[in-house]
Ligand binder design. Structure first.
Ligand code: LUZ
Ligand code: MOS
Length: 824
């Protein structure tokens, strides 16, 4: 007997549109969106040019060009400023200084930053005068016509100098366990040294950009290339003397951000907003690449002193690290970046007695800021470097040293700050990748090669990453989402997450599609706007999809619950009528709430009763029915990460919800005549839980490794003695190109469905893989160690061609000198 469907039952409550297609009459295998390679929502648009960025918005009527006079010195006192000649330049509409702002002071953590220099300039590129003009030419002419008398002051441009002057940002903080000094004193072996790593430019393809359109009653709409719409809204409102309700910030997408637009998108946005506020005309400020590189902050350089005690088998018994970062002229996020460096210095390794101190130094560089990894890479590279030193000192394989120190399962599993390393896949990742990349055999082969080759040196290193997911500032771990279901069953989602290319929109779309049991093409993620998502956190800390996706899921569940009640009542009615029809004894209709909503299944655009799938209705039909019954079809969802905490008074807590983990092996080949480093092979094995979108996560892993590889090799920031950045364009600043990719490159992840703490068992993929690039630096250090005769080879980060050549020369000179002495 063919089961009767709802369409055959004349129910007055059923809308006319209710028709169950024949193909849907039996339940099908569900086709969830999560776990599939749904294409990135602008995959095609990025290459066709259809995807709009801020500067692609057509010029509005009366729109002004915004530019600014930037400090030409790293440190100086403004003796006088004369704008009279500049104001006379044809096409100049307005010139503004700090006096035109309601407030000039702001900052994401410490409110120490000033937007427009007052009497002091504290970094080169710092804005002094904002110019609103009819054309770029007029703005540039005005800039030249500004009379400024500056007294140059000596700048602080190194971490050592800042330490000597005790010029710090915030307090030194400490994470400590056990008795490190006693443990060092009684250790079998002790090594100490200094690890130096340099900064990195974000090199997003789209520079900082903002367009501001004035509205009624003094209101402003800011289109910003920002990771953090709320921060732009809040800082613009504060500095311009507006209320937050009067400022809307919207972000369609960014052409990359990498942390560089977490705080520093705010500056161009507020400068453009100032011009729009004063002139009541739309205003646009888009940095060119040189200005962007010169005037904005970068990854923090670090200079870290360390002392390690260890046993003859390579196991660490005690480690003391003093981390010092270059914060630049203002705090920005430096203290939070330092906190992440401190909580990542352990990386994948158990440190029994340990002390980690972190101090942020104030210098006269642009404020250094968030950059993918957020201090994690600097902490991790320090420890990975120390492990290379231990291995070289003992003459044992660095992988064995790493495995000897790796966090255990059920033992040796607490971080220095007390968090338990749960679901620890690190031992498995080390073991599996060792086999997959044929580590042991290649290591032998490399040793033989290095003994015989006069022209090249090869090196191999396997490093790990254990990256804590959650903002280390607890209150930031929250998100909201607005989900609107329309009459045709399609869905719009709005969250505070910003799309910077990382695919957060696509992941949210997949999560929403599955919650409502519809195809992902029925769901669209809308432009990010403070109007719909208030008080958002930055899309940062790899948590964009975790936090905003969870909020969207919560919104969908509330809607689904209401829809399920409608469906259950409908099914109950249908079943009752069916029974009545079969028995021939009509009875009074059951009450509407008689069905069981928990039995209602949403799947593949169809809604049915789990126990009686013959009653079915399409999702759009159900939505329509709910609408007619005056049921709300929109919801705001909220999510706050539970169970995280950290106490700086004790340096302990559980700051992270979970850890994303991985191992990476990189092999390099160094030209002994030029110092050129080539990455010949890389193997990466990650634990990213159950990926929401494997294709997108794969892209994140590949991109992360390559960006990390750039940081540790070719991306060298060169400064003149006065602090001027000399490498401010791609001609002098070398990011990896397609030819720099390892010739052999394997990227994979393990199956792991044990992460029940995060949405759909996924783990964030975004920042962690950047740290896999550190394997390349360790491989260079390893290669140089062959020349150094098994002693640790000194090496700063990045291992630039120039530095590698210098080291090659130094090491061979030293060994010749040594050979000379011993033979005489
Ligand atoms: N931003 C932030 C971040 O404010 N706190 C963090 O912990 C963080 N981590 C990574 C990247 N951005
Ligand atoms: Mo970031 S470094 O997650 O903005």
């Amino acid at each position: 007997m063919t089961p009767k469907t709802l369409e055959t039952l004349e129910t007055p409550k059923t809308p006319k549109t209710l028709q169950t297609p024949k193909t849907l009459q039996t339940p099908q295998t569900p086709m969830p969106s999560v776990g599939r390679d749904i294409p990135h929502d602008s995959a095609a648009g990025h290459v066709s040019g259809e995807s709009m960025y801020v500067d692609d918005l057509p010029r509005a009527e009366g729109e002004l060009v915004v530019d600014f006079l930037a400090s030409p010195v790293s440190h100086g006192r403004i003796r006088s400023l004369d704008l009279t000649e500049a104001a006379k330049v044809p096409g100049v509409i307005g010139l503004y200084t700090w006096r035109d702002l309601a407030h000039n002071r702001f900052g994401p953590i410490l409110k120490d930053e000033i937007l427009l220099a007052e009497d002091l300039c504290t970094f080169m590129g710092q804005p002094i005068v904002v110019i609103g003009a009819e054309s770029r030419r007029a703005a540039e002419e005005a800039k030249r016509a500004i009379g400024i008398d500056l007294e140059e002051l000596p700048p602080v441009l190194t971490i050592e100098e800042a330490i000597a002057r005790r010029d710090f940002i915030g307090e030194t903080r400490t994470i400590r366990r056990g008795e490190v000094d006693a443990a060092l004193a009684s250790a079998e072996h002790v090594l100490e040294g200094t690890f130096v790593c340099a900064g990195q430019d974000h090199f997003y393809l789209e520079s900082q950009a903002a367009i501001v359109v004035p509205g009624e009653h003094g209101a402003l709409t800011i289109h910003s290339s920002t990771q953090h719409t709320t921060e732009v809204q809040e800082v613009a409102a504060h500095l311009l003397g507006l209320e937050m309700k009067d400022v809307i910030c919207v972000t369609k997408r960014m052409g990359g951000a990498f942390g560089g637009k977490e705080c520093q998108a705010t500056h161009p946005a507020v400068m453009a907003a100032l011009v729009a506020q004063k002139t009541r005309r739309p205003a646009r400020l888009v940095y060119d690449k040189d200005l962007d590189m010169q005037a904005t902050g970068k990854r923090h350089p670090f200079r870290n002193r360390w002392k390690v005690g260890f046993r003859s088998d390579g196991r660490i018994v005690a480690l003391k690290i003093d981390l010092y970062s270059d914060g630049g002229a203002f705090a920005d996020l430096s203290t939070a970046v330092m906190a992440r460096a401190m909580t990542h210095a352990d990386n994948a390794y158990y440190l029994p007695d340990v002390e980690i101190n972190g101090t942020v130094c104030r210098t006269n560089f642009p404020p250094n800021t968030a950059f993918r990894g957020f201090g994690g890479p600097q902490g991790v590279a320090t420890t990975e470097s120390i492990l290379e030193e231990i291995a070289a000192t003992l003459g044992i394989d660095a992988l064995d040293v790493r495995i000897a120190n790796c966090y255990g399962i059920g033992e040796r599993d607490r971080t220095p700050y007390g968090q338990l390393v749960e679901n620890n896949t690190l031992p498995r990742l080390f073991a599996e990748l060792t086999g997959r990349c044929d580590y042991r055999r290649r290591m032998q082969e490399i040793a033989e090669f290095n003994r015989s080759s006069k022209t090249h040196l090869r090196g191999l290193a396997m490093t790990a990453v254990k990256f804590g997911i959650s903002f280390n500032t607890k209150f930031l771990n929250q998100a909201s989402a607005l989900v609107n279901v329309y009459l045709d069953g399609t869905v719009q989602v709005s969250t505070g997450a910003t799309e910077m290319g990382q695919g957060v929109n696509t992941k949210i779309r997949q999560l929403v599609a599955d919650e409502l049991g519809v195809m992902p093409d029925r769901v669209i993620v809308m432009i990010t706007s403070t109007e719909k998502s208030n008080n958002s956190s930055a899309t940062a800390a790899s948590s964009g999809a975790d936090l905003n996706g969870s909020a969207a899921v919560n919104a969908c569940r509330a809607i689904r619950e209401r829809l399920a009640a409608v469906a259950a009542a409908l099914f109950a009615e249908g079943v009752q009528r069916k029974r009545d029809t079969a028995s021939g004894h009509p009875r009074p209709a059951v009450p509407k709430d008689a069905g069981d909503p928990s039995r209602v299944v949403f799947e593949d655009g169809v809604v049915f009763d789990r126990d009686d799938p013959s009653g079915r209705i399409t999702f759009p039909e159900l939505v329509h029915l709910a609408y007619q019954q005056r049921v709300s079809l929109g919801e705001r969802g909220f999510y706050a990460t539970q169970g995280i905490d950290f106490d700086w008074a004790t340096g302990t807590g559980n700051p992270f919800l979970y850890f994303t983990m991985g191992t990476a092996a990189a092999e390099v080949r160094i030209d002994r005549f030029t110092g050129q480093v080539e990455v010949v092979r890389a193997d990466i094995l990650m634990d990213i839980g159950k990926p929401i979108n494997p294709g997108i996560d794969r892209g994140q892993i590949i991109g992360g490794f390559v960006q990390g590889m750039g940081w540790v090799t070719t991306e060298e920031l060169r400064y003149a003695e006065n602090g001027e950045l000399l490498s401010h364009s791609p001609t002098t600043y070398k990011i990896p190109g397609v030819h720099d990719l390892p010739a052999e490159f394997h990227v994979d992840w393990i199956e792991n469905d044990t992460n029940v703490k995060n949405v759909r068992g996924s783990k964030a993929s975004n920042e962690p893989p950047l740290l896999t690039g550190i394997a390349v630096w360790c491989a260079v250090k390893h290669a140089l160690g062959f020349l150094a005769g098994g002693r640790p080879a000194p090496l700063d980060l990045p291992a630039s061609t120039e530095q590698v050549l210098t080291r090659l020369t130094e090491i061979s000179r030293a060994s010749h000198a040594g050979a000379g002495r011993s033979s005489s």
